[in-house]
Design a binder for this molecule. Structure first.
Ligand code: ITT
Length: 186
């Protein structure tokens, strides 16, 4: 079944492109609402999403997305601070922090918050490693320094369809799609 509208509330065009591409077959219209919504300083992505959903009811049916890069040897940094770290030291800063570091394992996490007929959270994770240098010009954010497990190319060296097939956001979107398909089959 095809639903009518879904609003994706984000200030990040790269994220929106990934949503639009994967969810397009299931909605008549997918709109980006470019809004800076209040993000509380919380311990987890889930807490940030729960709180933000409450402030956005007027835009329902909607999804929001809070994501982060968690680097093992940095005890999970930048994690929930990923946006701030990107705006300040960026990929180059992360590479400097990791200079000479042998353990380069890292994971991306994405939490989707959905507010429609119900409020639901969906989570996706992708495992990988931090490269020694930036590679690729596609994607956004930390994509040039993240090499997903079992792949030889960074996310920034992949087209968004391919990234969507294996990424944290792609996995969270699959969960979301499973949910709406079950709802729509009632
Ligand atoms: P919102 O308006 O949707 O909050 P944002 O860019 O602030 O947009 P997040 O807080 O979720 O989004 O993201 C934290 C940081 O992690 C931010 O700098 C993103 O660019 C980066 N990021 C999120 N998802 C990513 C992905 O799939 N690949 C690379 N970087 C990503």
């Amino acid at each position: 079944m095809i639903r009518d509208v879904l609003n994706v509330v984000t200030s990040n065009r790269g994220k929106f492109k990934e949503y639009k591409e994967k969810l397009e077959p299931y909605f008549e219209e997918i709109d980006m609402i470019n809004l800076e919504y209040p993000e509380i300083q919380a311990g987890t992505l889930e807490e940030v999403v729960q709180y933000a959903l409450e402030q956005l009811k007027e835009h329902s049916p909607l999804i929001i997305d809070d994501s982060g890069l968690f680097i093992e040897s940095l005890n999970g940094f930048p994690g929930i601070y990923s946006a701030y770290v990107m705006d300040t030291i960026g990929c180059d800063g992360i590479l400097s922090l990791m200079e000479d570091e042998k353990d380069r394992s890292a994971r991306f996490q994405c939490v989707i918050g959905y507010l429609g007929e119900e409020k639901r959270l969906f989570k996706g994770v992708s495992e990988g490693t931090i490269t020694g240098e930036k590679r690729g010009s596609k994607g956004f954010g930390y994509d040039p320094i993240f090499l997903p497990e079992n792949y030889q190319r960074t996310y920034a060296e992949m087209k968004s369809e391919e990234k969507n097939r294996i990424s944290h956001r792609g996995a969270a979107m699959e969960e979301f799609l499973d949910f709406i398909k079950i709802k729509d089959s009632y």
